[in-house]
Design a protein around this ligand. Structure first.
Ligand code: PNW
Length: 468
């Protein structure tokens, strides 16, 4: 990783519902994920986040692990319903206190907090009374909630992420119905996404207008897999490009280029809402950095009626709208989550982003892999495959940087094994193992590998500084 700049940021990431537990403690209200997990059959083994890894009570121990492992940044999310139990109205001071304590603990250990405002745990009251992300008013509620967070935490938090993966909210929550709130529709995803984008833009506008003196940065995190044309036929090259536009262009084009991709407008007709001129201007340049969550790669081809689906979550969007058939190469290694390990896809995606959006500063805000880890007889977790995964993806990043991509940081997903949404606790993405009986944290070999890698990076640059 010799091309990484000296100020490259090394972090690790989590989200509120996946780790905190304490689901009804100290005045917290219920979120759509609290409710969704209680519907029998929605989550593997009917798992839920009521306790999760009990980070709410063990946060000091967890910050100590971050410190010990050498991370200089920690990405976590705020549970909206700890701050505003019903999504709006009175502030819950005990919720503020928890995040104040966490932020102070991080800063005392020289770890930069990177705070996501929304990682999918919408206040249940806003779903039931206001129709969640389908209601245009939701952007106003989000703006209000964001304002409370800037006001109460912004003296110490200098890195904000408005939304985590609006694509997942829209497609998995409102299209395929596999995530909360569990809707199945071919039009709701586009409406929900529209309101998510406007909510993001309004929150950024508040931050830039009223909290300038805090001198922080703010952006959005989108997820995207790479789509590789299955062969050189022009129709398949075009299908891969179209798939990327329906996946990432959907959310990044309005922010960097001012509107939805033309191919989406052409294909979706009046199912794709239109931005007003004011909304367009609020959206344009509303992200100080390009937050990217990246996990895997698929081949893309023009849709063939007879082909079989291979993706864990369907076709990277609504397939009938894209006419794209995706598949995996039988030679690719799979993680236990069935996501293929294809590091060169990461490099190609980074270069695609740099090319399409004029080389923005990029932070990989999530990358990682799930395996069914278990401690060995020596009590340690030897997750060699995860080390190989991280090594190969970071090498791909190194090549992208060498080719001119402005990649400025990388967050491993995840700091801990945690509640993996519809898969419950069956999938382990962590670099720290959680024993769910005792809630003991056991650093995996991959955590130790990060410590070494970060240290090597830092030493290489101190050495360079001395030479110059
Ligand atoms: C992300 N897809 O979810 C989330 O930000 C994390 O909370 C989650 O634990 C992690 O990745 C692993 O799943 C995704 O279908 C869910 O492309 C689905 C997709 C991508 C990301």
């Amino acid at each position: 990783m010799t091309n990484f700049p000296s100020d490259f940021l090394w972090g690790s990431a989590t989200s509120s519902y996946q780790i905190e537990g304490a689901h009804d403690k100290d005045g917290k209200g219920p979120s759509i994920w609290d409710a969704y997990c209680k519907i029998p059959g929605k989550i593997l083994n009917d798992d839920h986040g009521d306790i999760a890894i009990d980070h709410y009570h063990k946060y000091k121990e967890d910050v100590a692990l971050l410190k010990q492992q050498g991370f200089t940044a920690y990405r976590f999310s705020i549970a909206w319903t700890r701050i505003l139990p019903n999504g709006k109205g009175e502030v819950n001071e005990k919720g503020i206190q928890f995040y104040n304590d966490l932020i102070d603990e991080l800063l005392a250990n020289n770890i930069q907090p990177w705070v996501t405002l929304y990682h999918w745990d919408l206040p249940l009251a806003l779903q039931e009374e206001e129709d969640g992300w389908l209601n245009p008013k939701i952007s106003y509620y989000f703006e209000q909630y964001a304002t409370v967070c800037f006001d109460r935490f912004g003296d110490r938090v200098k890195h904000w992420i408005t939304l985590n993966e609006p694509w997942v909210v829209a497609i998995l929550g409102y299209g395929q119905g596999v995530f909360a709130p569990g809707h199945i529709s071919n039009s709701e995803p586009y409406l929900a996404a529209h309101h998510l984008l406007i909510a993001h833009a309004k929150a950024v506008n508040v931050y830039k207008s009223y909290f300038k003196k805090q001198q922080g940065t703010i952006g959005i995190t989108n997820n995207c897999d790479w789509r590789e044309p299955i062969d050189n036929q022009p129709k398949n090259i075009e299908a891969a490009q179209r798939a990327l536009l329906f996946f990432l262009g959907w959310f990044a084009d309005p922010i960097y280029l001012g509107d939805y991709p033309q191919v989406m407008k052409d294909r979706l007709g009046n199912r794709l809402p239109e931005f007003s001129e004011l909304e367009k201007s609020l959206l344009k340049d509303s992200s100080d950095f390009f937050g990217l969550n990246h996990y895997t790669t698929m081949y893309a081809a023009e849709q063939d009626e007879n082909a079989v689906e291979t993706s864990a979550y369907g076709n990277g969007g609504l397939s009938e709208d894209q006419d794209v058939q995706i598949s995996q190469d039988p030679n690719w290694d799979l993680t236990d989550f069935n996501w293929a390990v294809v590091p060169w896809g990461c490099k190609k995606l980074l270069e695609w982003i740099a090319d399409r959006y004029d080389n923005p500063p990029i932070f990989i805000t999530e990358n990682g892999c799930a395996y069914h880890d278990k401690p060995s007889a020596d009590g340690q977790v030897h997750d060699e495959r995860r080390i190989q995964f991280y090594k190969s993806y970071l090498e791909a990043c190194d090549e992208a940087i060498k080719n001119g991509v402005n990649l400025k940081g990388y967050f491993a997903w995840s700091m801990f094994d945690n509640f993996e949404w519809a898969s419950g606790y069956s999938q382990r993405f962590g670099i720290n193992y959680i024993d769910y009986d005792t809630l003991e944290r056991i650093p995996k070999d991959s955590a130790k590998w990060f410590t070494k890698t970060i240290k090597e990076h830092q030493e290489r640059h101190t050495l360079k500084d001395k030479v110059h």
